[in-house]
Design a protein around this ligand. Structure first.
Ligand code: ADP
Length: 326
C-alpha cells in the first residue's frame, strides 16, 4: 500500500483543517495509507509522524487553525537535519508528501526532494495571498470575511461617534488583503505599497465632505507601510477629526473556514494527490484564471508575487485623491 503524509508549515490559515479531512478521505479512496506529520518540518525531524484515521478528521471541517499544528523550523534549513527527516519518512515507507505552506516552505521542500527523491506536492496556504504563480492561496477568503466583519462593526461605532478609523490589515509586503477589504467595505482611503498615495492630497476633498455632513472616515492601511499611527494623527491634526487606530492582528488568521476555503481545500488536496499518483513528483498546485494547474517550485518560489494589474488599476481609480468626490 502506497503511503502518503501531509504537514502544515509556516503561518497557519483557516482552511487547513478542511484540507486535512479531504486528505485522509481521498487517500483512503485511492487505496493509500495516510499519515499526519505534527508540527511541520520540526515534526519531520522529531519523528512526530502518525497514521491518520477517519476519527482524526471527524468534525474538524468547521475549525480554523490546523489540528496537526504548524511550525517554522530553523533546523530544517540544515542538510544534516533534512537527512534525519528523510530517514523518519523512509523508515515508515512514506514516499509521498503534501505540504501546506508558503514559498519558504516550498523552497525547503525543493531541497529536500533533490536530496532524497521523496515526492512532493505543495499547496499554497497563506492569508497574505502573496505566492507567485497562483491567484489564490488557501485561507485568504476566510481572512477577508473576518476583516469584513471587523470593519462593518467598526463602521457602526465610527458613525455614532464622528470618528476616523484607521484599520490596519495583515499581508506582509503585499497589499491584497487591504485593497480587497477597502473596495468591499466602502472605505474612503486605502493605503498599500503597490499604490503610493500621499494622504495630504485628500485634504481639500475631505474638508469639503465634512462641510457637507460626512461624519466618519474609514481608512484601510496595509501593515507593510507601518504608518497607521501617522495616518490617524493626520486626521486629528489636519481635519480636526477624532481618530482611532485599530490593528486587526491575528484575528485575521482564525475563524470558521468560509465555504470558498472549504471548497478550495477540497480541490487543492484532490489535485495534489492526483498529481502525485500520476508521477509528478516536485510541483505546486496553483489556481490561475479559474483553473487548477501545476507549476515547478522554481516558478513559484523564486519569483516575487505581483498583485493582479487589473485589480490594481481599479484600486488606483477608486482611491486616487484626484477622483475624490467633493
Ligand atoms: P512560508 O512557508 O509561509 O513562506 P517561511 O518562509 O517561514 O514560511 O518558511 C517555513 C519553513 O520552511 C522555515 O521555517 C524552514 O523550515 C523552511 N525553509 C524555508 N526556506 C528554506 C530553505 N531555503 N531551505 C530549507 N528550508 C527552508
Amino acid at each position: 500500500m502506497d503511503k502518503i503524509a501531509i504537514l502544515c508549515s509556516g503561518g497557519d490559515v483557516s482552511g487547513m483543517n478542511p484540507a486535512l479531512k479531504r486528505f485522509v478521505e481521498y487517500a483512503y479512496a485511492k487505496g493509500m495509507q495516510p499519515f499526519f506529520v505534527y508540527n511541520g518540518y520540526e515534526g519531520l525531524i522529531d519523528d512526530t509522524i502518525q497514521e491518520a484515521h477517519y476519527e482524526d478528521v471527524a468534525g474538524i471541517i468547521t475549525r480554523g487553525g490546523t489540528k496537526i499544528r504548524s511550525a517554522r523550523s530553523e533546523r530544517f534549513k540544515e542538510a544534516s537535519h533534512r537527512a534525519i527527516a528523510a530517514k523518519n519518512l523512509q523508515n515508515r515507507g512514506i514516499t509521498k508528501l503534501i505540504v501546506l505552506g508558503g514559498d519558504g516552505s516550498f523552497r525547503g521542500m525543493e531541497r529536500f526532494h533533490n536530496e532524497t527523491g521523496i515526492s512532493f506536492c505543495g499547496i499554497p496556504a497563506t492569508i497574505d495571498n502573496d505566492i507567485n504563480g497562483t491567484d489564490y492561496c488557501l485561507g485568504v477568503d476566510t481572512a477577508l470575511n473576518v476583516i469584513k466583519n471587523a470593519i462593518d462593526s467598526i463602521r457602526d461605532t465610527a458613525s455614532s461617534f464622528r470618528r476616523a478609523f484607521v484599520i490596519e490589515t495583515m499581508g506582509r509586503n503585499c497589499g491584497y488583503l487591504a485593497l480587497v477589504s477597502a473596495i468591499t467595505s466602502g472605505a474612503e482611503v486605502c493605503l498599500i505599497p503597490e499604490i503610493p498615495i500621499n494622504i495630504h492630497e485628500y485634504k481639500g476633498c475631505f474638508e469639503s465632505q465634512i462641510r457637507k455632513g460626512r461624519d466618519y472616515f474609514i481608512a484601510i492601511v496595509s501593515e507593510a507601510l507601518q504608518n497607521s499611527q501617522e495616518i490617524a494623527q493626520w486626521f486629528q491634526e489636519e481635519l480636526h477629526f477624532e481618530s482611532r487606530v485599530s490593528i486587526l492582528g491575528h484575528i485575521q488568521r482564525g475563524g470558521n473556514p468560509s465555504v470558498y476555503d472549504r471548497l478550495m481545500a477540497y480541490q487543492f488536496v484532490t489535485y495534489g494527490i492526483d498529481t502525485l499518483l500520476e508521477g509528478n513528483n516536485n510541483s505546486v498546485v496553483c489556481y490561475t484564471k479559474s483553473h487548477f494547474n501545476f507549476k515547478s517550485i522554481a516558478e513559484v518560489a523564486l519569483n516575487t508575487y505581483r498583485l493582479d494589474e487589473e485589480l490594481l488599476n481599479l484600486g488606483r481609480k477608486q482611491f486616487a485623491p484626484s477622483h475624490c468626490q467633493r
